[in-house]
Design a protein around this ligand. Structure first.
Ligand code: GLY
Length: 364
């Protein structure tokens, strides 16, 4: 029997279902038909033409008007210029609120297409077919959409929940190894921030994770989506401090990405080192012990993620951290661990020298 499961994200009228399976892309017609759009606008990453063609063929059988637009791969596409092209694409084909935008690709296309759907005609429905591990476990849940500014990642955006999500783990079989492993950083993050038994399961299944064991992946992805959905259901718009825990490691990671150049390190790679930095900062502040840091680093290393980044000037990194959206009153706010499976939002002042010493520890 084909393994298939689903996660329901409970957000009142914005509730939606995430379907997760092996080879379930073939049944994409069913959730789309239930949502009953009048026209479809497929926005896809140039790297997933094969999946796009499958989706297009199936959807053309059930919806009379299907338009498509390709987006260049990479973080550089997540910008206002490409969003503008997509608004124009929708406008040329007279999209309206009965239309539906369908994103096929990783986090870049999901965030970009979601933002375009959120803003065009003050909002048109949006369906996601994420094709990378990172987007399976992160951007498919919770409705964060947006584009980057040259000076700050994800700075212009909107919360816009998808009408539905379909995850086919077979899309991972064509993913480059570096890209796949990068997604494992977000998987590990869920164990670290809120679920010690899940972290233990990951420790016990490193080989299966590395070999992309299909059954294991359906379970792991569904579990991550459920954990993230629990957080988002409590704090959809990140106003209560709860949702901010999902940014564990991200304050450091965004600084690495921004200063070292988006794309030098993949997002998950930057998050991996960012989590180690957050762990080290927590240890220096007496919040966790060395054993915590060692255990975290061991799993990160074993799955093949980096544990250091290239040396660079520290001040520009701190400048980026100061612009983080989590900050209040110019103070850098960190998500810091208190143990495996538990983190806290910390906004007490932290000495610059302490942060500098953390950076120095994680430079090659
Ligand atoms: N990626 C963090 C969040 O969705 O809140």
């Amino acid at each position: 029997m084909i393994k298939q499961t689903s996660v329901f994200v409970r957000l009142g009228e914005q509730s939606y279902e995430i379907e997760i399976g092996i080879g379930n892309l073939a049944s994409i017609g069913s959730p789309i038909q239930k949502l009953n759009p009048s026209k479809l606008f497929l926005i896809y990453d140039e790297n997933v033409v094969m999946h796009f063609q499958v989706v297009q063929e199936l959807l053309c059988e059930i919806i009379s008007e299907v338009h498509s637009h390709k987006v260049a791969s990479g973080e550089a596409s997540k910008c206002i210029g490409v969003a503008n092209e997509l608004w124009d694409f929708l406008s040329r084909h007279q999209a309206d609120r009965n239309s539906m935008v369908v994103a096929i690709g990783g986090g870049v296309v999901g965030d970009l297409a979601g933002f375009v759907a959120a803003t065009y005609a003050r909002g048109v429905p949006f369906f996601q077919i994420p094709t990378t591990l990172l987007s399976h476990v992160d951007s498919s849940v919770g409705g964060k959409t947006g584009v980057n500014l040259p000076s700050a990642k994800n700075m212009v955006g909107a919360f816009w929940q998808p009408a539905g999500v379909l995850i086919d783990t077979q899309t991972l079989s064509t993913l480059e190894d570096r890209e796949y492993v990068s997604g494992l950083a977000e998987v590990i993050k869920y164990g670290l921030i809120m679920d010690e038994p899940f972290f233990e399961k990951l420790e016990a299944n490193v080989a299966g994770l590395k070999h992309r064991d299909a059954d294991l992946l359906v379970d792991v992805i569904a579990h991550c989506c459920r954990l993230k959905a629990n957080v988002v259901e409590e704090d959809e718009k990140e106003t209560l401090g709860r949702r901010a825990i999902l940014n564990y490691g991200h304050t450091f990671a965004h600084a690495f990405e921004s200063v070292l150049g988006y794309g030098t390190y993949l997002h998950g790679e930057a998050v991996a080192v960012g989590m180690l930095c957050a762990g080290s900062l927590a240890k220096k502040m007496g919040r966790v012990n060395q054993a915590f840091c060692d255990r975290q680093e061991e799993l990160v290393r074993k799955v093949g993620l980096p544990v250091k980044v290239d040396r660079t000037d520290i001040q520009p990194l701190i400048d980026v951290m100061k612009r983080d959206k989590k900050n209040v009153s110019n103070r850098i706010r960190f998500i810091l661990p208190t143990g495996i499976g538990s983190v806290e939002l910390v906004d007490a002042p932290i000495k610059k020298e302490l942060i500098e010493s953390v950076f120095n520890e994680f430079f090659e």
